[in-house]
Design a protein around this ligand. Structure first.
Ligand SMILES: [Zn+2]
Length: 250
């Protein structure tokens, strides 16, 4: 049993209405995530892994994007390309090109990927603080778990990646200082595999202070190399350059 509060952070229910028998991974296991979360009921855990109404599963969209980041961004050689397999993309080594398969719909993949960021965020937050049931996360719950509403996600685009060690790749920072910053700006800085996303967690705080915060973040986190470095809102997942073609231009 993976329980702290006994109340699911997603649906709010406890036993006997729901069960907590399965190991809920914070980062999808298919991506290599090993960390186990708490208070995630079996039904909610399953919902994130299930395709629905023609949309890919939230966990799948998350996995596909980060897998491309990790495989194509960190060690660009013939072997990493060979081991790259994806249900959305295909790599042709002889032509050195990546093709998007016909089942790829950028609008639904984008939305599911964004929901996946919030899924991982709240599960990690709850594991560290035990406070994931708090009503202040209701907007996050609606979006991530129930596909209702929409939340802003921004991405810091750099031409240099500060690549973590293999065993640090899937580590998500969380701590008191981060929580404080989040309450202040309304945003959570999601770092994974050397990529930085900014998640709108508290819309009211975000509306008043979020954009100023992003401006400050831009001066802290962007490394001026080519002049195209910027923080932008993700409206189409392909805009984040998941194939790391930023490194192929020369
Ligand atoms: Zn639940």
């Amino acid at each position: 049993m993976y329980i702290k509060t006994g109340k699911c952070i997603w649906c709010g229910m406890g036993t006997p209405e729901v069960t907590f028998d399965n190991q809920p991974h914070i980062v999808p296991r298919k991506l290599g995530g090993r960390e186990i979360g708490f208070d995630i009921c079996d039904e909610c855990n399953h919902a994130f892994g299930a395709a629905k109404q023609g949309k890919p599963a939230v966990d799948l969209a998350f996995k596909e994007v980060f897998q491309a980041f990790i495989k194509l961004g960190h060690n660009l050689n013939a072997n990493t390309y060979k081991s790259f397999s994806s249900i959305f993309f295909s790599y042709h080594h002889s032509k050195h090109t990546i093709k998007i398969r016909s089942n790829f719909r950028s609008d639904s993949v984008t939305r599911q990927f964004k929901r996946g960021l919030y899924e991982v965020f709240l599960q990690k937050y709850h594991k560290e603080t035990g406070n994931g049931n708090h009503p202040m996360f209701d907007v996050v719950r609606k979006f991530a778990r129930y596909d209702i509403g929409d939340l802003h996600v921004f991405y810091a685009f750099n031409n240099i990646l500060l690549v973590p060690q293999e065993d640090e790749m899937l580590k998500i920072p969380m701590g008191n200082d981060i929580t404080e910053k989040m309450l202040e700006s309304g945003m959570y800085e999601f770092w994974m595999a050397g990529h930085i996303f900014f998640l709108e967690v508290f819309p009211i705080a975000f509306m008043s202070r979020g954009y100023a915060y992003l401006q400050k973040a831009a001066s802290n986190y962007l490394i001026n190399v080519n002049g195209n470095e910027r923080i932008f809102e993700i409206n189409n997942i392909l805009d984040v350059d998941i194939f790391m073609q930023r490194f192929n231009s020369k």
